[in-house]
Design a protein around this ligand. Structure first.
Ligand code: UFG
Length: 324
């Protein structure tokens, strides 16, 4: 049985469905602060918080857990700057509690959701895993602290981990059944599509004076299903007795904000209105991953293009304009 913490969230729920299709038995632990029970209908769900050792003992006591896939976290960069302690508590302390419970129950395999925010302002693009990690916000800082905690827990207790540093997750289940439903929504592609649906008057472009082709920020958008696939490969690696690893996960292609808006206009057929606004503090000009390491070592290959990302997200938003 695989325990998925934060499995009712955006990336977690897509991974739960793929794990199940891949033949894994799955149970979910989620405090439902951001999660949606509808996204994992039919799967065993424990409503509880990782900071509650009693809940963890119940989950590990009632199920024979072979490994944990851990998505549960707060993940808003701006909020983390305003409320750093919330991030140290819900990301670092909660994961510490989870890992302690895993050790109590002799579970020593974990796939952990990390982030490109561990790098901060990159020294070069594409970014490789051994490039400098110098987070520019508490969100990235707490994820990096957890990566390091896991490294030391491997040395001390033999806890094996795969940390996956996501770039920009986007897209939805290709049949439109589940997708991204955040409140507030801060991510570019859902906001563009909300503007296409008339739920917002326009999309604001945060800065067009960056040193990039059209002056807007470049990001590496990766389909949530490609991300989910990588978790399954990481899990199989650990279940086969593999050692601890850290991998970037991006599609390896950089697109500017304006290129994304143009692609969304083409795919939706809607002339989505746009306005230029000031830069958003803390946004690096360019984030593009080298994912060569996970391709070479685990055989991962992204299967979805930018058009697939936007059209699957569009199908989800069109059919669920108010979310779940
Ligand atoms: N953007 C806009 N207008 C919007 C929203 C976003 O122009 O309304 C721009 C942003 O400035 C950025 C790009 O679109 O240049 C992508 O922004 P997102 O908020 O979608 O994603 P980020 O690149 O900021 O964030 C991602 C992950 C975070 C992670 C971060 C690392 O979602 O979890 O990368 O820097 F922390």
């Amino acid at each position: 049985m695989i325990l998925v913490c934060g499995g009712a969230g955006y990336i977690g729920s897509h991974t739960v469905h793929l794990l199940s299709r891949g033949g894994f038995e799955v149970c979910v632990l989620d405090n439902m602060q951001k999660g949606h029970a509808e996204s994992i209908g039919g799967f065993k769900l424990y409503r509880g918080d990782l900071r509650d050792g009693g809940v963890l003992d119940t989950v590990f006591g009632e199920n024979k857990i072979d490994a944990v896939v851990h998505f549960a976290a707060n993940s808003l960069v701006g909020e983390s700057v305003r409320e750093p302690l919330k991030y140290y508590d819900n990301n670092v302390a909660a994961t510490m509690n989870l890992v302690s419970a895993m050790l109590r129950h002799n579970v020593k395999k974990i796939v952990f959701s990390s982030t490109a925010a561990t790098y901060g302002e990159p020294e070069r693009v594409p970014i490789f895993e051994d490039d400098r990690t110098l987070p520019t916000n508490p969100y990235g800082e707490t994820k990096l602290a957890i990566e390091r905690m896991l490294k030391w827990c491997d040395a001390a207790y033999g806890m094996k981990s795969v940390c996956l540093r996501y770039f920009n997750a986007a897209g939805a289940m290709p049949d439109g059944s589940i997708g991204e439903d955040h409140n507030p929504e801060t991510h570019l592609i859902p906001i563009i599509l909300q503007a296409a649906l008339g739920k917002r008057p326009y999309i604001e472009v945060f800065g067009d004076d960056y040193p990039t082709a059209d002056g807007t920020c470049v990001r590496d958008y990766i389909h949530v299903i490609d991300l989910a696939d990588a978790h399954i490969l990481a899990l199989r690696h650990l279940l086969d007795g593999g050692d601890s690893r850290i991998y970037n996960l991006g599609a390896g292609n950089g697109y500017t904000v304006r290129q994304i808006i143009e692609a969304a206009r083409r795919i939706t057929g809607i002339d989505i209105p746009e306005k230029t606004a000031g830069r958003r503090p803390g946004d690096p000009a360019m984030l593009v991953a080298s994912s060569d390491k996970i391709k070479a070592e685990l055989g991962w290959e992204p299967g979805y293009s930018l058009d697939d990302i936007i059209s699957s997200a569009w199908l989800w938003h069109k059919t669920h304009p108010h979310g779940f």
